[in-house]
Design a protein around this ligand. Structure first.
Ligand SMILES: Nc1ncnc2c1ncn2[C@@H]1O[C@H](COP(=O)(O)OP(=O)(O)O)[C@@H](O)[C@H]1O
Ligand SMILES: [Mg+2]
Length: 252
């Protein structure tokens, strides 16, 4: 994605963001007036109870949905005013998505799945093919390039999808419960991989998670409730979450 207009701009700048579903009495304020700034190279975990607006926030950040009001800018570039073609380009090249259920195409090999965003963009050159192979190496799956998803474990499939998310060198990586469907060992590997990509290659990562271990690898935890940011910052976010767990679970 072109770095215009401002290299000094934060990765993400959100102002007065709201998203309302439905109208009048049945309206749901899924996002209820959020201001948030995320610097380049930050890794942020979004936590909060079910229904608090985490996925909606991620969809708005991914330009998969349009806000009811407020603004979002990615590297200084505001989403509003972009036409459909520009939004498609933004999603394709500016943002990498990692989903809970991997979303790999079952009939394509690992390598073809990683290459998919380039194929959709009409790119079939040697450079992008080499990048796909490098990324598979990077996520520890160099030896599995020609395997189909069904021949890979859940953790391996998620690592393929992380490689796919990085193919177009996105400004931002969004992950919605990326370890929600993994066993604990695969979960630890995927988290370590995300943290390492963040640390060594400076990818900006925003990850929704229910998991304390996942949140702990992020440098910052934003805690949401009822469509608002309730706390922002590692220590406070974790403490609030633990306090709530204690309230909600009948521990001795
Ligand atoms: N497409 C939709 N239509 C109507 N209501 C929605 C839609 N998507 C989400 N909501 C509502 O918005 C609120 C926030 O949902 P969501 O962002 O999915 O929460 P979370 O991911 O934190 O569980 C919930 O009350 C949910 O029911
Ligand atoms: Mg959700």
């Amino acid at each position: 994605m072109s770095p215009v207009p401002g290299d000094g701009a934060p990765a993400i700048e959100i102002r007065g963001l709201s998203k309302v579903y439905g109208s009048s009495e049945t309206a749901v304020r899924a996002i209820d007036g959020i201001d948030l700034q995320i610097g380049r190279g930050e890794m942020v975990a979004i936590m909060g109870p079910s229904g608090s607006g985490k996925s909606t926030l991620l969809h708005l950040l991914g330009a998969l949905e349009t806000p009811t009001s407020g603004s979002i800018a990615l590297a200084g570039r505001r989403f509003e005013g972009l036409d459909d073609r520009e939004l498609t380009l933004l999603r394709r090249e500016g943002i990498g998505f990692v989903f809970q259920f991997f979303n790999l195409l079952p009939s394509l090999t690992a390598e073809e799945n990683v290459l998919l965003p380039a194929l959709i963009a009409g790119r079939r050159d040697d450079a992008i093919a080499a990048r796909a192979r490098e990324l598979l190496e990077r996520v520890g799956l160099g030896g599995r390039a020609s395997h189909l998803p069904a021949e890979l474990s859940g953790g391996e499939q998620q690592r393929v999808s992380i490689a796919r998310a990085l193919l177009m060198e996105p400004e931002l990586v969004l992950a919605d419960e990326p370890t929600g469907n993994l066993d604990s060992r695969s979960e630890a590997q995927v988290l370590e991989l995300l943290a390492e990509l963040n640390r060594t290659e400076g990818h900006t990562i925003v990850m929704v998670t229910h998991d304390l271990d996942a949140a702990a690898v992020a440098g910052r935890v934003v805690f949401m409730r009822d469509g608002r940011i309730e706390s922002d910052g590692l220590a406070r976010g974790l403490l609030d979450w633990l306090r709530r767990l204690r309230e909600e679970l009948p521990l001795p």
